[in-house]
Design a protein around this ligand. Structure first.
Ligand code: AKB
Length: 322
């Protein structure tokens, strides 16, 4: 992996991955692309940036060829809550975007990474410690596209030998770019509101457990899986990974440890609650640990303290852990 192109790179994961890859591989060797072009974004100002709508396969091919990339990381997609509002567009964007990216990877012989999600499981998957290989009958459009995407990536590896790799991400928590349109986003919003208002009304109900991970661990997982020895990869495209599982009460309790005046109430959103109810409480990441050494570093309290400290700088709101 020497020259990497990223689609949807100004989103939550891309914003952090660009920084890491530019540090590791050199600024000029990371080609950031996105449908948006905010001129003041560091990724746009610092290095190579190209406007790309992933529905346009010719343009994607042209950019990859022009920059002579050897790796394609494909993020552009609608997340769960947004896809549920417009399922037809969710299918079109998530599936055509992925198919275009896989075709570009096939034609140019690129290494390929795209994320799947805990959303690839459904209400009849085992709820706790959900195995790597098990029943997958998701009931959201996002989940349907994630299962289809996992299979499509397997297909491109088996049929065309494209070096496809991927993980099932849990909810990702980060401070650089805010997530948009997910179900797990409450676990990001809560830190912003804790700093701004010392209180938060959760749209996810008490007792709803979901897998989560802090962004530095997610970024490590992408880089480590892309660099993993292919001979050791049995699963390739849909590794379960997780760092923690909690419900709103537990993340609130973690914030209170550092900010005792913080309070939480509930204002449950039925749509996002029913999506969360269809997902696992916790998934089993043992295949990722065994096949490529996945090892997250952040637990809930370590993440909470870092999030509050980093966000206080970003938002310019004083914070001192109690
Ligand atoms: C979402 O909530 O839609 C995403 C995901 C778990 O894939 N964060």
């Amino acid at each position: 992996m020497k020259k990497i192109m990223i689609t949807g790179s100004l989103g939550q994961i891309g914003s952090d991955l660009i920084k890491r890859l530019r540090q590791d591989y050199g600024v000029q060797n990371v080609i950031a692309t996105d449908i948006r072009d905010p001129k003041d974004h560091p990724a746009v100002k610092e290095g190579n940036f190209e406007i790309l709508d992933v529905m346009n396969r010719d343009k994607m091919f042209e950019i990859a060829k022009k920059h002579n990339v050897d790796t394609l990381v494909h993020f552009a997609a609608l997340l769960s809550a947004t896809a549920e509002k417009n399922p037809q567009f969710g299918w079109d964007l998530n599936m055509s975007g992925l198919m275009n990216a896989l075709e570009v990877a096939r034609e140019l012989n690129l290494k390929f990474f795209t994320p799947s999600s805990i959303a690839a499981f459904g209400p009849n998957s085992p709820k706790d410690n959900t195995p790597q290989d098990t029943v997958q009958r998701p009931t959201t459009m996002y989940g349907v596209t994630k299962v289809a995407g996992e299979l499509l990536c397997d297909y491109y590896f088996l049929k065309y030998k494209v070096d496809t790799r991927g993980v099932r991400f849990p909810g990702l928590i980060s401070y650089a770019a805010e997530p948009g349109g997910g179900t797990t986003d409450y676990a990001v919003d809560i830190y912003y509101e804790a700093l701004k208002n010392k209180k938060y009304a959760s749209y996810i109900g008490k007792g709803t457990y979901m897998d989560m991970m802090y962004m530095p661990d997610a970024i490590d997982s992408i880089v480590n899986l892309l660099n993993a020895d292919p001979a050791k990869l049995v699963h390739r495209n849909a590794f379960n990974i997780t760092a923690m599982s909690f419900d709103p009460e537990q993340i609130a309790a973690s914030i209170k440890k550092f900010m005792p005046e913080f309070t939480m109430s509930y204002n449950v959103d039925p749509v996002r609650q029913s999506i969360a109810d269809s997902w696992p409480n916790s998934i089993d990441a043992s295949a990722a640990k065994k096949e490529w050494g996945f090892a997250p570093k952040y637990d809930l309290d370590k993440m909470t303290l870092d999030m509050l400290q980093k966000l206080s700088v970003k938002l310019n709101i004083p914070f001192k852990a109690k």
